[in-house]
Design a protein around this ligand. Structure first.
Ligand SMILES: [Zn+2]
Length: 117
């Protein structure tokens, strides 16, 4: 992936702080943009598919890239031994929004009014 100086448009190294061609400061912007991922990627939602109860374990597994079965086992073990798993599950059930419905594309929604038949 190549980066280009925003001042002169010539290609520069990704870790460069200043453009070697014109001396324009470029490093901070690139590092800042790449260090912070969009917050929407890590937002916990409860998926509508693959869930067993409310989708909390599935959502946690998808959000952090873990195995859903492993997350469920941990929740059950926590619930059995201390009750914390049950409390945590209910808290996440209430706090995490459900995954948005996959609506059809804009071509079919809203439905056409008074179609010419
Ligand atoms: Zn430059």
């Amino acid at each position: 992936m190549a980066f280009y100086c925003s001042n002169c448009g010539k290609p520069i190294a990704t870790d460069a702080r200043h453009c070697p061609n014109c001396g324009h400061a470029v490093g901070g912007a690139f590092q800042g943009a790449q260090a912070v991922p969009p917050s929407s990627q890590r937002r916990l939602v409860r998926p509508r598919t693959g869930r067993l109860i409310a989708g909390v374990c599935q959502g946690v597994a998808v959000t952090y890239g873990w195995d859903p079965t492993l997350v469920r086992v941990v929740f059950v073990l926590l619930a059995c031994f201390s009750g914390a798993g049950l409390v945590l599950y209910i808290v996440l059930w209430v706090a995490a929004p459900e995954e948005p419905l996959l609506l059809p594309t804009a071509a079919s929604y809203p439905p056409p009014t008074n179609p010419q038949v």
